[in-house]
Design a protein around this ligand. Structure first.
Ligand code: ADP
Ligand code: ASP
Ligand code: MG
Length: 443
């Protein structure tokens, strides 16, 4: 059995839902993980924002506008099938009425999570009823009945496996299964979620729990491209990536894949395939445990980075300095992305400024501290074993006209990272494409 995950744009309209229905029927008995229709989760965030601010009218207007959109989709999806239209309308109406119930009481983070869960609950209800209306025996696997995190907020793999196995056995005679991405319950049974974009993570966790043959992530592009298609023209899909390469790209900004998705698949050695709903015959990208020696494979960029430099005469020939510096970041639960050291100083980058003031205060005990904000990590990924010659030189040559604040190389066999200013990001991505990929194509 495979796990097939479809993102928001793939189920973003009645036509797209029908298209996905065709695709999943053709592929047989698999588990289909769905995101909310595109734009819905953002609107649910907006509704919650109004509720936090006690702007009840704003919340109601936004709920009404969203409901209108859903009703139009239902009308198009079910046409003159009155029974199915009524069944779907009843379910969707219940979700909107549930959202309206929050306009009366106190609104906290718990209520927000319940509102955010409605997007996936609605998209899966629509798909399930649509499939049944065209004679497919689809069974709903409610994510809130099996997807759970533990007290540390980590997925509770044992629980997920046990509950999911029982649910599958219960609906053994189904043609296929539908389930929600993104949503879960926490260790206390409250409704929670796996963070924005987390449906990819759901798919990977489901895949791991059932030891799936493959996890397919279906989206609006034909696989992982060798550069960010939002900023570079003429990018190409990459045929194959090692799990580590995919993890680096996802973490450093390749939005097609949520970074958390890689680990459960990698640990269980389940291949992940990135595919395009709009062009199902495209080969896409296969992510697996095998390294293909093709030098540089792709480039990605991560925004909103802050670089912190700590310079200290005391670092010279001293031991323990780095530990003291890292402990400060640990105390404030702030992960470090890049590091560069010299004998008299160290530079690190972070992507979360929540505790920056405290961190700076503590670091100043150890040396002179300077920061650079609005930086971007440009990450060059591929088979970059140190014995392979010329790759670092080619990447540096591409960036020769751009001021580079930090370079990190050798932390893994898969990545070289450059830290540049935000205003140089698009130029840097394009120069890297020209030097690393297009020149090769023209040879
Ligand atoms: P979904 O809603 O299906 O989860 P996402 O919007 O999360 O889809 O991810 C798909 C988008 O990721 C693409 O439309 C593309 O613009 C963006 N993207 C960013 N970097 C890359 C990349 N390197 N390769 C492919 N797509 C990328
Ligand atoms: N619907 C959620 C979001 O928009 C989860 C997802 O699409 O992966 O973030
Ligand atoms: Mg996504």
């Amino acid at each position: 059995m495979k796990v097939l995950k479809f993102g928001g744009t793939s189920v973003g309209s009645a036509e797209r839902i029908k298209n996905v229905a065709r695709l999943i029927i053709e592929r047989g008995k698999n588990i289909v993980v769905l995101s909310a229709m595109s734009g819905t989760t953002n609107t649910l965030v907006e509704i919650s924002d109004y509720l936090y601010k006690h702007n009840i009218d704003g919340a109601k207007e936004t709920i009404n506008a969203l409901e209108k959109k859903y009703n139009a989709t239902l009308a198009e999806l079910f046409g003159d099938n009155a029974a199915a239209l009524e069944a779907a309308t009843t379910e969707i109406k219940a979700c909107f009425n549930y959202m309206r119930s929050f306009t009366k009481d106190l609104f906290t983070v718990f209520e927000e999570k319940e509102i955010l869960a409605q997007g996936e609950l609605m998209s899966t209800a629509m798909m399930n009823i649509y499939l049944q209306s065209i004679g497919v025996k689809s069974a709903m696997l409610p994510a809130l009945d099996y997807m759970r995190t533990d007290k540390n907020g980590e997925p509770d793999s044992q629980y997920i496996k046990q509950k999911l196995t029982a649910l599958l056995a219960k609906f053994d005679d189904a043609d296929l299964y539908i389930t929600q991405g993104y949503i879960c319950r926490n260790a206390y049974g409250e409704i929670d979620n796996l963070q924005r974009g987390g449906s990819d993570y759901s798919a990977s966790l489901v895949g791991a729990a059932i030891n799936a043959e493959e996890i397919e992530i279906w989206t609006d592009i034909d696989g992982m491209h060798n550069n960010d298609p939002r900023f570079v023209e003429g990018t190409d899909p990459v045929d194959e990536l090692h799990f580590e390469e995919a993890a680096e790209l996802a973490y450093f900004g390749a939005k097609i894949l949520h970074p958390t998705c890689v680990l459960p698949a990698k640990l269980n050695n389940i291949p992940v395939r990135l595919l395009n709903t709009l062009c199902p015959s495209a080969r896409g990208t296969l992510i697996h445990n095998t390294t293909t020696p093709h030098g540089v494979k792709a480039v990605a960029a991560k925004d909103n980075i802050t670089a912190i430099k700590i310079k200290s005469g005391r670092m010279l020939l001293a031991y323990g300095f780095l530990r003291k510096v890292f402990e400060i970041f640990e105390t404030y639960k702030t992960p470090i992305d890049m590091i560069a050291t010299s004998e008299v100083g160290v530079s690190v980058t972070i992507d979360n400024e929540k505790n920056l003031d405290h961190i700076l205060d503590d670091l100043k005990k150890f040396g002179t501290v300077t920061i650079d904000r609005d930086m971007v990590i440009i990450c060059v990924v591929g088979d970059l074993e140190w014995q392979n010659r010329g790759i670092e030189a080619a990447a540096l040559d591409a960036l020769k006209d751009i001021p580079v604040r930090m370079i990190s190389y050798g932390g893994s066999n898969f990545n070289i990272s450059f830290l540049v200013s935000k205003q140089d990001k698009v130029k840097a991505l394009n120069l890297l494409s020209d030097h690393l990929f297009k020149n090769k194509k023209n040879q």
